[in-house]
Ligand binder design. Structure first.
Ligand code: GLA
Length: 388
């Protein structure tokens, strides 16, 4: 990857790049769709990342080459607000993430000098592994390098979220940018999305994290994600009639929800029930993880999938098939869809000694059931975004 982008940079700009930055994708073990409800999430940055070869550019124009699309985009601080390139043409979709990052940084008063850059990613796009956050966080590192300022990883994550919310137009939470910015080798992160306090926990050594890709791609920018967000806001508004002190669904206990949910519209009720049960699951999960109770933790993952499928309605047949095959295989503690849903990947918690066999049987089973050959890999918990 690094050789590839370096060679393209040399070819395109006629020199070696001065710097290489990288930022990983992530999987989330538990706490799905709760980040924008002030809940708790448990992601892991993975050993798949976006890499950027870059140098400061002369002049005011940033030139980006997306090696994976074989396309380029040029923008300046003047063109960026209107999502256009310097020649007046529209910014390509892939360009919204780096341009949005640049916009959010400059809006925060940080210098974003023009750069020449070539980037590429081995985080599959639209697969629930946060390819867009990894692009944002890698570019935040690049501009930090040339901009002469320094932010904490969490500050970069928050600006990345702002780019996604206000520039790209997805009402996402903080989880993906946080995981990409703050990931740690061999450790799982635990973040309180309200206070933004976090800590990390070692992943038990006997555990492998197996990611299984259904091959079905979704677009996060389609309205479904934002609609889920709106349903949660509506649930809070209605529940405040009974519970005036609540700020977010995180503040509603399952017991209070059972008492007061009768007058919620059916769809809003189901969406809120997922969030409220998921927040409870993440709270239950921490002590289980601390005492390496993988069976207990895996059971919560399985319950999470059911809740995402039936209450939040973000699963699809291929994800359900992948999960149910996995759950019946030896060595599997838990399996569920990971990320936003509507396609993409599942995350499987598997006994390390059985992980290879698990991957093989899952591949065969999925192929038999759907006729498609899935990509399945064992991933390593990795370091967050930085310079190489
Ligand atoms: C996407 C969003 C995150 C989070 C997940 C679901 O990945 O970017 O903020 O909401 O979906 O947990």
């Amino acid at each position: 990857m690094i050789e590839k982008i370096t060679a393209i940079f040399q070819q395109k700009f006629g020199t070696q790049p001065a710097f290489i930055a990288q930022a990983p994708g992530r999987v989330n073990l538990l706490g799905e769709h709760v980040d924008y409800n002030d809940g708790f999430v448990m992601p892991v940055a993975i050993d798949r990342a976006t890499y950027i070869a870059f140098s400061p550019a002369a002049g005011l124009e940033t030139c980006l080459v997306a090696a994976d699309f074989d396309q380029q985009a040029r923008f300046s601080s003047d063109s960026i607000a209107t999502k256009t390139q310097t020649d007046g043409s529209q910014m390509p979709e892939w360009g919204l993430y780096p341009a949005g990052m640049c916009w959010a940084l400059s809006d925060a008063g940080l210098a974003t000098p023009a750069i020449n850059a070539v980037f590429s990613s081995n985080v599959p796009r639209g697969s629930g592994l946060s390819s867009s956050a990894s692009v944002e966080m890698a570019f935040a590192i690049a501009w930090q390098q040339v901009g002469g300022w320094s932010l904490t990883p969490m500050e970069r994550a928050r600006l990345g979220q702002r780019a996604e919310n206000q520039y790209v137009g997805v009402s996402c939470g903080i989880m993906d940018q946080f995981a990409s910015a703050c990931g740690e080798n061999n450790r799982l992160l635990f973040l309180d999305c309200r206070s933004l306090q976090y800590h990390s926990l070692p992943l038990p050594e006997n555990i492998a994290l197996v990611v299984a890709d259904t091959g079905v791609r979704r677009k996060l920018t389609t309205g479904e994600y934002n609609r889920r967000h709106d349903a949660c806001t509506e649930a809070v508004r209605l529940l405040q009639n009974h519970l005036p002190a609540i700020q977010a669904l995180r503040d509603v206990s399952p017991e209070d929800f059972n008492r007061f949910s009768a007058d919620l519209p059916e769809e809003v009720k189901k969406r809120a029930r997922h969030i409220i049960s998921e927040v409870r699951r993440t709270i239950t999960a921490i002590p289980l993880l601390e005492k390496s109770d993988m069976a207990g933790f895996g059971k919560l993952m399985n319950e999470c999938h059911i809740s995402l499928r039936d209450d939040y309605e973000v699963s699809i047949d291929e994800l359900d098939t992948m999960v149910s095959i996995a759950q019946g295989l030896p060595g599997c503690y838990g399996a569920r869809l990971t990320g936003a849903g509507f396609g993409g990947c599942t995350i499987n918690l598997v006994e390390r000694t059985q992980a290879e066999q698990f991957a093989q049987l899952l591949r065969q089973g999925y192929q038999q059931a759907t006729g498609q050959s899935p990509e399945i890999y064992i991933c390593q918990a990795s370091q967050g975004a930085g310079m190489l």
